[in-house]
Write a protein that binds this ligand. Sequence first.
Ligand SMILES: [Zn+2]
Length: 255
Amino acid sequence: MNKVEIDIPEDIDTSCFENWSEADWRNDSIGHENEIDGLECPLCKNKGRIFKMEGEYVVAEECICMKKRRAIRNINKSGLDELLKFTVKSFKAEHDWQRVIRDKAIEYVKSNSNSWFVILGQPGSGKTHLCSAIAKTFLDKEKEVKYIIWPVYIRELRNKMYGQNDINVILKEKQIEILYIDDFLKGADSENAMELAFDLLNYRYNNNLTTIISSELLMDELNKKDAAIAGRIYQRSKEYLFQINKCDKNNYRLL
Ligand SMILES: [Zn+2]
């Protein structure tokens, strides 16, 4: 590459820079935080930090844009995408039991409880709508949220784990602040999938991490598949565990 030399004319006035401190120079440089989240900030020029002098030392403070950046990044990472349109208010409760679950969902998000929220049973009863709406309220509180659809997640994990049989690949989902698992245990329950399911839920159980679960399986069916998994779900969600019996939308009971 050709080097381009720029001659500074001798008569140029540089006096305006003479009083610039080290902090001013740093504040003048351009950052790249916008490349991650698309947010342009004229205050910090996308560095995410504002510098100032304290005596002879340069100190950095977080720019106010970082709060917004974290929110945008959390939304992008959550995987909720289309589901973000769902709110608890927009949930149409046609039946009494739907009203009960909706009201419990409202109570749950207000309670700041780290109990698990679990809806089991009947497809098409609004499980995904309510669970997504709950997940969104956590995003609004600037928490880190991850949405996974169980059969898709297991398929992707299998590809990642191919040939290496390393259970640690699920470490990320294990530790996420708020995890929403949709269609839990749907699909083939190979030994490997059940092992991963137990490992994931057991870790979250032991570390008191908030988990939202929806599944077409009822508690009895979960119990038959794996009593240890069912037991952990039951213990962590008691007050917020709902079961909608299949084929009869009016027939539902709180466990
Ligand atoms: Zn900024």
